[in-house]
Design a protein around this ligand. Sequence first.
Ligand code: ZN
Length: 316
Amino acid sequence: MVPRALVFLALLGLACGGTGSRAETAPNAAPSLRPCPERGVAVRVLGSGGPIVDDGRASSGYLLLVDGEPRLLVDAGGGVALRMAQAGVAPRALGGVLLSHVHVDHTADFVALLKSASFSSRADALPVVGPSGDDPFPALGPFLEAQLGEAGAWRYLGGYLREEGQPFRLRLDEVDVAGEGRELEGAGLRVEAVGVPHGPVPALGFVVHAADARVAFAGDQRLDDPRFLARARGADLLVAHHAIPEAAEGVGARLHARPSQIGAFARDAEVGELVLSHHMQRSLARLDEARALIAHRYDGPVHVAEDLDCYGVAAR
Ligand SMILES: [Zn+2]
């Protein structure tokens, strides 16, 4: 019998990564800032990588912009705070934050961004949406309590969580990953949040309705749950995570979608365009194979994200 703690350590270590293939691909060490369209809805990629930093990519993070204004941040992995600055976006400008799950490559820069944003007061609390929890992955509230609460490591920032009248505070909204999903509205946007299969990790996928466009952020997941398919159906843009090669087995395959699954999902959901992100060396090493597997199933445009890319979203 393998001790439970060792199972957890294995899951935590391999969750979005693991060592796997060490095939070398060119690092994305000096990304160039691609301009976003001035009008309409756009997705700025802040981090196109996973948990291993050897590819020079920031971990997971995306901005959704409307008419050039940053409205939502989706995930905040390591490096995302710096990429946001390189994109010319101040954290205080965010209208809300969506955290798909609490893996470190999706949350490590979150408090750093809060601290930066807190240097400017805002009239309303910053909305933050995240998943319900399960041991060893706490729900959004306990996750932030462990950092900012009375016994938290950064308890000097505890005012963010609880003090009415503070110049900077958060409004947390947990979504039960076991339910049918929730619809949240604010600042002219509508967000659908629904649980998605990411192994044992409570995780959410999001569909954002902005102006006439719909953008689906799959997050880390296997893309085999009908709840997310129903929500994402007809999206103008799908951001999917290309974390494993087709031949992946074991933990990686329990947590992520293979390229063939991404292609089948994009086809079944009838999305307008597909962005592949959350790359890792092991998946980039088989990128041509992944492209072919996807193209065999999905005939729409497929983009391979780099840090600081920007994709205008054409509403259909
Ligand atoms: Zn993950």
